[in-house]
Every structure is written in structure tokens, then in C-alpha cells.
Design a protein. Structure first.
Length: 380
């Protein structure tokens, strides 16, 4: 036989499979209606285990793993279709629809905003990119920023969540979960670290450098060239500049931004000393209430998945099947659970797309815990 002959056989089998798939899904929908009318749950774990056992027994040993993968996915798709046909989209889908309906058409130009640090911080730069007129309140910690929003002192908070070289700021995500806050917009800020000193201080005079621990990490190459210099972490790069400006010492320096140089009257000994010139930090604007503004094409999710083979694959297969681009996937262990993980996802897809609506309806039903952080647009 020639290759074209084999392909003709495959095509004939596929035609039958497509028809049978359609028939199977329609019967699944009828089963879902019956279950709804009789108060029965869509998911029946015993039935699924029995079905997979039966499939396993009918296949030759060398095809059993493939058959189990195929039928596991097929049953997941059936459940999704059943939820969809019976209107069981889940609470998240309803929250999103309500937020889209109630959010104003324009992102506000003016707002009271909470930031961590002091004046001159990168968070302030991010806030000023997000809002035309911002009344910024500065706080010593991320926790205090969340408390300010929780207590109504500020409507929004602007916090770093990811750096292109240092990675994710996990503490912010932890607080998002703790407070049940949402992301309403994001912005990327170019990070440019400079060695700032009091006017008149020479490089040979510097004995101690202050900065945030991430900035220190991002400038490790430059710092290694400074012999005998102590490096001291502080809460924020702007706080580092403020410490240098207020210090009675003339042998201290800060790794900070040029805006801090002007703000605190410092001089720049070395400009752009970060290891990578392509150094950006992504900041998010957070709020207590779910707000989804027009143009939202990015979504952030968090999920706890069952500690079973293929659980992550089942989620990723949904993204692939619906043509939804995945910008970020990251996992971190859950400290209170052995060998279980929380997964972070950033998706790229319009919030108004039918595919997005279908995905959100699925997510409630395929994870142990699903947290929708928000849909928003990003300023670059």
C-alpha cells in the first residue's frame, strides 16, 4: 500500500469518529438535562472510574495509556458541555458579567492611590503612568497598602508583581488571595539603577551601598567590582536614596532611579549599572471591587489542581483548544499541603470573546480551587 492509501483509511475512520463524537456529546447534554431535573450532580466520580476501567480492559496493553488519556479528556469535555447546556457556568462567570455591565466606560484619570515606599519610588512612577492625576499615599509595606484599600483610605493600590530578571513578587499574590482583591490594570516600567551619592563624593570614597534586595540582585555584576564595600538591603530604592541624602556620612551610596537623584539632591557616580539593559518591572493596579474596563485583553488566574497525573494538562488543553494564548505559567508549593501547588496563569484574550466566556465557565469545574484575579489591559 502507498501512503495515500493509508491516509484514505485514516480519513474514513476520522469521519466516523467525528459523527460519533457529535452523537456522544448530544447524549451527554440529554443526560445533563435529566440530572438537573432530578437534582443529580453533573460529576459522578464512580461512573468515570468505572468507564476508564472498562476502556482499559478493552484495549491491548500497548495502547492502554493512550486510551486512558483520550477518554479522560473526552469525559472532561462532556462535563464542560453539560455544565454549559444546563446553565451551570459558575459564580465566576456571573461576577465577570456583572462587572462588565457596571464598570464605567473610561478608566479614571484621578484617584487616591496607595504605594509602598517613599516619594521617588518606582511604584510612584508606575502610578503616574496609570493615572493623569494621582493623590499618592506612601506606606512602609505591601501589607499596609492592602490595609489602606481595605479600610477605604485609598481606592487603588499600585504594586510590583514581576521583574524581567528577578521574577515574581510572591508576597503581593499572597496578599491578593488574603484580601480577595482584583487587578484592574497593569503597566511596565523600565528599571534603571544608578549609583547615587552626595555631591562631592568620589567612587573611591564609597564604603556602603543601600538599595532594595531586588535592585542589589539586578546590579550584582557592578557591585562585585567595588572592593571592600558593604551592601545593605533596605525596603525600597527610593528609601535608599533618602537615607543617603539624610545621612551625616559622605561614604554611602544608593542604587536608585534618576528621579530620586533630582528629588533628594544627589549626584550620579555611575549610570545604568544594572546587569541587564532589558530590565522591566510589571506593576498592577489593584482594587477591592472587581472592575473590568473596556479593552481588557489580559486575565490573571490562580488555581489549586488535584495532585493527580494529568491535572495541569487538562487545564492547558482547554487553553489550546480555545486558541487562548498563555503569557505566564508559574507554580509554587502550598506550605500547608504536602506536594500540592498553586498555579499562576496570565492569559491573553479579549474578555468579550465567546471563547473567554466558555473558558471561565470551565475553570470553576476542573480545579479544586479557582481564583479569578481580574481582566484588564496593560500599558507598555
Amino acid at each position: 500500500m502507498e501512503l495515500k492509501d493509508y491516509r484514505e483509511k485514516i480519513n474514513g475512520i476520522d469521519e466516523q469518529m467525528v459523527k460519533l463524537f457529535e452523537e456522544r456529546m448530544e447524549i451527554s447534554a440529554e443526560i445533563a438535562k435529566y440530572k438537573k431535573e432530578n437534582g443529580l450532580p453533573i460529576f459522578d466520580g464512580a461512573r468515570e472510574r468505572s468507564k476508564l476501567k472498562s476502556v482499559n480492559e478493552q484495549l491491548p496493553e500497548h495502547l492502554q495509556d493512550y486510551g486512558l488519556s483520550l477518554y479522560s479528556l473526552l469525559m472532561d469535555l462532556s462535563k464542560t458541555y453539560q455544565y454549559r447546556t444546563t446553565g451551570g457556568g459558575g459564580e465566576t462567570s456571573r461576577q465577570i458579567e456583572t462587572a462588565i455591565r457596571n464598570t464605567p466606560a473610561l478608566f479614571p484619570e484621578k484617584a487616591t492611590v496607595a504605594c509602598q515606599g517613599v516619594e521617588g519610588s518606582y511604584s510612584q512612577i508606575a502610578a503616574e503612568k496609570l493615572f493623569k492625576y494621582s493623590n499618592i499615599f506612601f506606606f512602609n509595606s505591601f501589607d499596609a497598602v492592602f490595609s489602606a484599600i481595605e479600610n477605604g483610605l485609598c481606592r487603588y493600590g499600585v504594586l510590583p508583581v514581576e521583574n524581567s530578571t528577578a521574577g515574581t513578587v510572591n508576597r503581593v499574590y499572597d496578599l491578593m488571595l488574603q484580601h480577595h482583591f482584583h487587578i484592574v490594570r497593569s503597566v511596565r516600567v523600565k528599571i534603571d539603577h544608578n549609583l547615587l551619592v552626595k555631591p562631592g563624593t568620589k567612587l573611591k570614597d564609597v564604603r556602603e551601598v543601600y538599595s532594595h534586595e531586588q535592585a542589589i540582585s539586578q546590579c550584582s555584576g557592578f557591585l562585585s567590582t567595588l572592593s571592600g564595600v558593604k551592601v545593605t538591603p533596605v525596603e525600597n530604592t527610593a528609601i535608599a536614596a533618602k537615607l543617603v541624602a539624610s545621612s551625616e556620612r559622605s561614604d554611602v551610596a544608593a542604587l536608585s532611579s534618576r528621579s530620586c537623584m533630582e528629588l533628594y539632591g544627589l549626584a550620579c557616580l555611575k549610570a545604568s549599572v544594572q546587569d541587564s539593559s532589558n530590565n522591566y518591572t510589571r506593576f498592577v493596579c489593584i482594587s477591592k471591587d472587581l472592575e473590568i474596563y473596556p479593552g481588557a485583553d489580559r486575565t490573571s488566574l490562580m488555581m489549586v489542581l488535584p495532585h493527580t497525573p494529568g491535572s495541569l494538562y487538562k487545564v492547558l488543553s482547554r487553553f489550546y483548544a480555545l486558541g487562548i494564548n498563555l503569557n505566564k505559567l508559574e507554580s509554587r508549593p502550598l506550605p500547608e499541603r504536602n506536594f500540592e501547588f498553586m498555579f499562576y496563569f496570565d492569559l491573553e484574550n479579549s474578555v468579550y470573546s465567546p471563547r473567554f466566556t466558555q473558558l471561565m465557565a470551565d475553570m470553576d469545574n476542573i480545579s479544586e480551587e479557582f481564583i479569578y484575579l481580574g481582566s484588564y489591559s496593560e500599558i507598555v
